[in-house]
Each structure stands twice: as C-alpha cells, then as structure tokens.
Design a protein around this ligand. Structure first.
Ligand code: ADP
Ligand code: MG
Ligand code: ZN
Length: 479
C-alpha cells in the first residue's frame, strides 16, 4: 500500500478465544452471555491464597492451533505474570507467556484477490488469560465491570511485520478464523469478541528496507474496522511525515464513525510490565508423543483440501471453496464421491437440495439420517436414468424426513413405470444418438419409428411403461 512517497508495513497481534468449557486456570464456565459476575471464583478473581491449575483442554487446543499454523511446539514452556493495574483485572496481573511461548514461528498463507499467494510468517503464538470487560454508560457517569471473562483462555498470535495493506490483513484474519474453526478449537466470532486484532503500522520511504516508527491500534473487533483502521492510520502517518513531523510510538483507538484513529496512551515497553515467572504454576513439559497425537487430529487443512478437490475431482475454485466451508461438509462431500457419486453432481446437491431441506427443517449436516452412501445411491439413480431429477428430489426429501433406507425409496419411486421426466430424458438421448434414423423417419420411412421405440425400451431395460413412452415419443417427434 503506497501513501505519498511511503509504503505501509503492518504486523498483527490476533487474540483467539479458545472454546474450552472452563477457564484457563479454574473450573468456572466460559459460556458467553451469562449475567455479569456469575461465572467467577476466588482463583479468577485473584483472591489471596487461591491457586491456578492449568486446563489441559486449553493446552491441547493451543497445541493443535500451533501445529495447524506450522509452528514449532516447545518441549517445555512456562507462564509469566504481566503486571499492570486496571479495574477489569482484579489480580493486578495477567498470566501470560513471555520468553518461552508454547509455539514458535509458523505461517499464515492465503491467496489475494489477484491470485497471488501470500505467506505471512508468525513470530510466535502464546497462551494467556483474558481480563474482564468494562462498559461505560452514555447517560450516567458510571462504568460497569463484568468479570465473567477473567481467566478465559486466549491464544495470542503475533505476526512478523510482513503485511502490506488492508487486503493482506483481511486475508490473514480470514485464514486464521477458517483454520481455528476447522480444527474446532475456537468459534472466532469477531462480533462476540472471540477473535480480536491489534494493528501495528509504520511507514517507510518506498524502496527502503528499514522499519519506521510504528503505532498500535488496539482491539479491532470487525473486519471492516481492521480495514478502516489501516487505511486511516496510514493516511494520518503520511500527513505527519509529509509536514516534516515524526511518528510517536503510541497506542491508538479506531473511531469507526469518524473513520479516524485517536491517541489512547503512550506505548508501554515490555519492561513496563515487570514480567516475571508465575510462581504458582510449574513449567509445563509437552511430550513429543502427545504432540504427535495432536497432530493427527489436525489432519488436512482447508486450503490443501481445496487443492485436492480441484486436482482430483475437477471442481471449480468456487465449488471447492463451498465444499470446504466446514470440515463436516468437506468430509461429507468426499465420502459421497468415494461412494461413487460424480463430484460435480455431489457438489451441486450439497449446495442446493440438501441445504434447502436443512434450512426448512432446521437440521445441521451432522444431524442428518442420510449417510453419504445414501446420497450417492440417489445420485447414481439419476445418472443412470432410473429416475428423473424431480423424482430424485422427492426421494431425497422422503429419505431425509423419514430416515428410511434410500435404496428402498429409490426402488419404490425410482422404478415407477411412468416417471415422465425420466422417460423424456431417455427419449432425448435416444434421438440424439440416432440422428440418421430420425432424419429417415422424417423423410417418410415410417418403419424407423419402431426401431426408435425399441431403442427407448432397450435403454430403460424394459422398465418403462410402453404406452406412456409411445405417447411421449410421438409428442417429441411432432415438435
Ligand atoms: P508489543 O506490541 O507487545 O511491544 P512487538 O514489539 O513484538 O510486541 O510487536 C508486536 C507487533 O508489531 C508484531 O506483529 C510486529 O510484527 C509488529 N511490528 C513491530 N515493529 C513494527 C514496525 N516498525 N512496523 C510495523 N509493525 C511492527
Ligand atoms: Mg502489542
Ligand atoms: Zn474462576
């Protein structure tokens, strides 16, 4: 991104809330939306004498995320206290990780709209607890504090300063969201605050390789705000520099209404926090075998899944993106194809007929009684002209609603001797394959009609009603 004589350099710090049932160091619930201050205990409120205990599920999810981003998982990690005072942090410190994060390096890869590949390196990922939440009243001069969020597990992902514009930030965040959802370690909803982002941005003269002084815009909770903050902050810094001024390293906030960033406080450095090892938590050993076990749960990630679907099943980019919108759908699609369905047909039905029924009946894919093999059987019946598409839709709806065995429903409906749609498409195929015969018939050789009718009966393996077929053939020939 160029602004005047400068280009932007951007590094992101992304907070992802892990979807554990309980908090990082105590047993309190993490359910979103509970009444304020109902999900708290002595530990997450930091009462003297309380002791934290690491939540194993949080470490498991964190390690899976690290593996998904290609980070190196530490064999031994530890927690540190980050000390600061704020009303939403009753302990006076946050338990975080300072010099030995559990995950080192890694990369977030995505494709830009012009088709170019981007691979933004991660510096590190660490595990930490969240603070509470303050809200400020517009009318009366009070602030309210809800401590339910205190102690909720967060990943903090720190990127190298390798992003260049708002589109990079967008691609980065979408990939993070897709990945953590795919491996089921986070919901990553920006609206609910379970995915939040700080933007670090500096400018440098175009062509320079040195980093300029940066500012940090904190707590952006929508894709639009991230984009807006990057654009506004780049323009602001350029105007400061163009007037001969210099950038002050500081923390800023984004005001979406005015589309401007505003100064919040001067930037603190690490030493301001007086980090020191958390004395109440022993260092954590992470066995290699346990890491390997987590790796097997991560599996093939969506971008690779898309590549394989395009290469092996010849799906379009768009269809492959649709089929990887969730892991469940990707697995359902692949199992349907594995069971013999044509890939384009499976993708089509999984984008249209199935979601339509699921929306009407408020079902999710995992709740369906129809197994992928059943869907493949229905699609095969259409493919072999045993049923028309319209009949197949009926079969699908009946199977979904009743939970009956698809083969039985196909047999009862699909072999109906008078499925007009199927007979019509069969006749069309016979006519298309016998253009010469049709021409001779139209030229007056009436006995050819018998040959064509014979072909229709043969192709249906004698299953269609000859009377209906005769009538439909006449109809078609008269067109
Ligand atoms: P902190 O903000 O906690 O002091 P760091 O100094 O490690 O932490 O940097 C945090 C983020 O700022 C990282 O994403 C890093 O890539 C980015 N960053 C560091 N220096 C610059 C710079 N000059 N311009 C843009 N981004 C930067
Ligand atoms: Mg920071
Ligand atoms: Zn608690």
């Amino acid at each position: 991104m160029r602004v005047g004589d400068y280009e932007a350099v951007i590094g992101l710090e992304v907070h992802v809330q892990l979807s554990t049932e309980s908090k990082l160091f105590c047993g309190c619930s993490t359910t979103f939306g509970a009444s304020p201050n109902t999900q708290v205990c002595a530990t997450c409120l930091g009462y003297p004498g309380s002791l934290p205990v690491l939540n194993r599920a949080a470490l498991r999810m964190a390690v899976r995320a690290g593996l998904a981003f290609g980070s190196t998982i530490a064999r031994e990690t530890k927690f540190d206290r980050k000390n600061y005072f704020y009303a939403d942090l009753p302990k006076g410190y946050q338990i975080s990780q300072f010099d030995v994060p559990y995950a080192d390096g890694g990369v977030v890869s995505f494709v830009r709209s012009d088709g170019s590949d981007r691979a933004i390196r991660l510096t590190r990922i660490h595990l930490e607890e969240d603070a509470g939440k303050s809200s400020h009243d517009d009318v009366s001069p009070v602030s309210r504090i809800d401590l339910n969020r205190c102690g909720t597990p967060l990943l903090e992902m720190v990127s190298e300063p390798e992003l260049r514009d708002a589109e990079d930030a967008d691609g980065f965040l979408r990939t993070v969201r897709e990945t953590v959802r795919w491996i089921a370690v986070a919901d990553a909803n920006m609206e609910e605050g379970s995915l939040r982002c700080d933007v670090n941005l500096s400018l440098r003269p175009v062509g320079s390789t040195e980093l300029g002084t940066r500012t940090e815009v904190k707590n952006l909770n929508s894709f639009a705000f991230v984009r807006g903050a990057i654009e506004a902050e780049a323009v602001r810094q350029e105007s400061v520099l163009a007037q001969g001024g210099s950038i002050v390293q500081e923390t800023r906030l984004y005001d979406p209404e005015r589309r401007q960033t505003v100064s919040m406080r001067s930037k603190e450095d690490a030493h301001d926090y007086r980090y020191f090892p958390e004395p109440d938590l022993p260092p954590v050993d992470i066995p290699v075998s346990w890491i390997a076990e987590q790796s097997s749960h991560v599996g093939v990630l969506p971008s690779e899944r898309r590549r394989l679907m395009i290469a092996n099943h010849h799906l379009s980019d768009r269809d492959a993106a649709q089929m990887t919108s969730t892991r469940e759908l990707a697995e359902y699609f692949e199992a349907t194809v594995e069971a013999g369905a044509r890939a384009d047909q499976a993708s089509n039905w999984l984008q249209n007929e199935l979601p339509q029924w699921m929306n009407e009946h408020d079902y999710s894919l995992t709740e369906l009684s129809l197994a992928p093999a059943g869907l493949a059987a229905i699609l095969a019946a259409v493919d072999s002209d045993r049923m028309s598409t319209a009949t197949a839709r009926e079969v699908l709806r009946e199977v979904l609603a009743s939970g009956s065995d698809p083969d039985g429903v196909i047999a009862s409906k699909g072999d109906q001797l008078s499925d007009e749609g199927a007979i019509r498409s069969l006749i069309d195929q016979v006519l298309a394959d016998n253009v010469d015969a049709v021409a001779r018939l139209q030229g007056g050789e009436s006995k050819v009609r018998g040959f064509l009718m014979g072909q229709v009966m043969k192709r249906s393996r004698g299953k269609i009603n000859p009377k209906v077929a005769n009538a439909l053939l006449d109809e078609r020939l008269a067109e």
